[in-house]
Design a protein around this ligand. Structure first.
Ligand code: IMP
Ligand code: MG
Length: 179
């Protein structure tokens, strides 16, 4: 098994690149089918979703736009439960069909915040596409429309997700090894 070290923690390979890419393609196919005549605006949630959004958009073939917002809720290994907006939305979403693109829905606190803000700004139909979901960690009643993969409630890095800022560049997913 492949083990890597990031700062003070060891991580073991858990989802290889080919599995990730297959799962992303399935989400793209579903979006192409469902939203063909909806002119969607994709909203990528930085930082974590940059890699998923990049690969997903290469599989999207329907007319669409993409924009970016930046939020932060994690401190090291744990969600703080408080969501900070660091870069907001510049585009109007009034009457638009939007797809929020996230790296992972964990407690769901971040997504709940994003969804209520988009509703308040007048978005029409709002869909959520997440690369990962940790179903056992969910604390909020939110609907996630597209989920590439479901994972256990363990801390992971890679494919955009970080440990204390590091590991986002890894093309595979690694799970923390508990001492
Ligand atoms: P939530 O608000 O608890 O759903 O957390 C959402 C954000 O926490 C995600 O968008 C990620 O950026 C981050 N996050 C959640 N779980 C992990 C993890 O296992 N590794 C790295 N970041 C994570
Ligand atoms: Mg994120």
């Amino acid at each position: 098994m492949s083990i890597i070290q990031i700062k003070d923690k060891k991580f073991a390979l858990s989802i290889p690149e080919v599995e990730i890419q297959n799962a992303v393609r399935k989400v793209g196919d579903a979006i192409n089918r469902d939203l063909a005549d909806k002119d969607p605006l994709f909203i990528c949630v930085l930082n974590g979703a940059f890699m998923f959004a990049g690969d997903l958009m290469k599989t999207v073939t329907i007319p669409s736009e993409i924009t970016f917002i930046k939020l932060s809720s994690y401190d090291g290994l744990y969600s703080t439960g408080k969501v900070k907006e660091i870069i907001g939305l510049n585009e109007s979403v009034v009457g638009r069909n939007v797809v929020v693109v996230e790296d992972i829905v964990d407690t769901g606190i971040t997504m709940e915040r994003i969804l209520s803000s988009l509703r308040a700004k007048g978005a029409n139909e709002i869909k959520v596409a997440t690369f990962l979901q940790k179903p056992d960690a969910l604390q909020r009643d939110i609907t996630v429309d597209y989920i590439a993969m479901k994972i256990p409630n363990d801390f992971i890095v890679g494919y955009g997700l970080d440990y204390d800022g590091y590991g986002r560049n890894l093309k595979d997913i690694y799970t923390v090894v508990s001492e």
